[in-house]
Design a protein around this ligand. Structure first.
Ligand code: TYM
Length: 321
């Protein structure tokens, strides 16, 4: 089984990215032939500073390894090291109806948030389809916000197969874990860089504690029982705590007498403990950038071996060579 996913180096990795994609990717690397990449072409749709992009790529590569992706098990590479992905994106574009892209929520959301509606933003799902199809991926672990993009991918692959032969492209499946499909941000909306509501995976203790203390809650007085349904703090605590601890937090909500500050501190402590190993590994890797860059270079070689086979197959099928 071929597993593949990508994350954009468009800012600091947050816990939504971690639980939606990174943790499943770490788990799946033992269950098949995994390909994980840094989606730097995609990041260009939301950022335009060259040095920042380069820094973000370096940081995300460190995060990949710090979170436990293992180059002995998985092929870890940078999207733009395999520029052939653009050729497949072009080929897919030739069977991609405008309406399919026009219906994509992610595009509509980004335009509504003020990103300029350029061609790259519009064609984002076609490039994403190419990312997946270029490596014959079977399974793609992602958060729920990528579900529609996976549907576009399947649709485009099917169209190519219908037109040019049933074995031209492998039709992939999304893997979306129900309990972490949409990790909420500090304001209760989906956690997202563009909503400015993220809790980063790593960073200074004081700053992250401050972010967690900012989580939006209602104004129930300290002494009163607090609602547990729809509570952001409980929803986030569930990511880090075991059942006994979660039940205790729920009981304390129901009992009254505890303020939200108390619950947020408990959440922060659990968060801090949960990522202690990632932080330690990150620090180690920051002092070993040669190793990190070597991993990415080796990954590109391995990714290219696969992409060449698939692209040759597609080129032949569509009549390019
Ligand atoms: P990106 O970098 O925006 O997000 C990376 C992954 O994190 C997931 N995610 C979340 N999951 C749960 N709750 C959240 N609040 C949350 N926020 C983000 C995303 O669903 C994603 O899985 N388009 C992709 C990058 C990409 C890609 C690909 C992925 C490019 N080509 C090919 C898979 C296969 C994206 O949104 O990245």
């Amino acid at each position: 089984m071929r597993i593949l996913t990508g994350l954009q180096p468009s800012g600091k990795l947050h816990i939504g990215n971690y639980f939606g994609a990174m943790q499943p990717a770490v788990q799946l690397q033992d269950q098949g032939d995994a390909f994980y990449f840094l989606a730097d072409y995609h990041a260009m749709t939301s950022m335009s500073d060259a040095d920042t992009l380069r820094d973000n790529v370096q940081n995300l590569a460190i995060d990949f390894l710090a979170c436990g992706l293992d180059p002995q098990k998985a092929t870890i590479f940078r999207q733009s090291d395999i520029p052939e992905v653009n050729e497949l994106a072009w080929i897919l574009s030739t069977v991609c109806p405008m309406g399919l892209l026009e219906r994509c929520h992610s595009y509509k959301d980004k335009v509504a948030k003020g990103l300029s509606a350029n061609h790259a933003l519009f064609a984002y799902p076609a490039l994403m389809a190419a990312d997946i199809l270029l490596y014959d991926a079977n399974l793609v672990p992602v958060g729920k916000d990528q579900k529609q993009h996976l549907e576009v991918t399947r649709d485009l692959a099917q169209k190519i197969n219908d037109k040019f032969g049933p074995d031209t492209l492998v039709i992939p499946e999304a893997q979306i874990r129900e309990d972490t499909a949409v990790v909420p941000g500090t304001d209760g909306q989906k956690m997202s860089k563009s909503y400015d509501n993220t809790i980063p995976l790593t960073g200074g203790k004081k700053a992250i504690r401050k972010t967690i203390m900012r989580i939006v809650t209602d104004s129930t007085p300290v002494e009163d029982p607090k609602p547990t349904e729809g509570s952001n703090v409980i929803a986030l605590y569930k990511l880090f705590a075991d059942e006994t601890a979660i039940n205790q937090m729920i009981a304390e909500h129901e009992a009254g007498g505890f303020g939200y500050g108390h619950f947020k501190q408990t959440l922060f402590d659990a968060y801090w403990e949960y990522f202690s190993e990632v932080r330690a590994k990150r620090e180690e890797l920051e002092n070993n950038l040669d190793y990190v860059n070597q991993v990415i270079a080796t990954g590109a070689e391995r990714a290219r071996q696969e992409s060449t086979i698939v692209l040759d197959r597609v080129r032949k099928a569509v009549g390019l060579r």
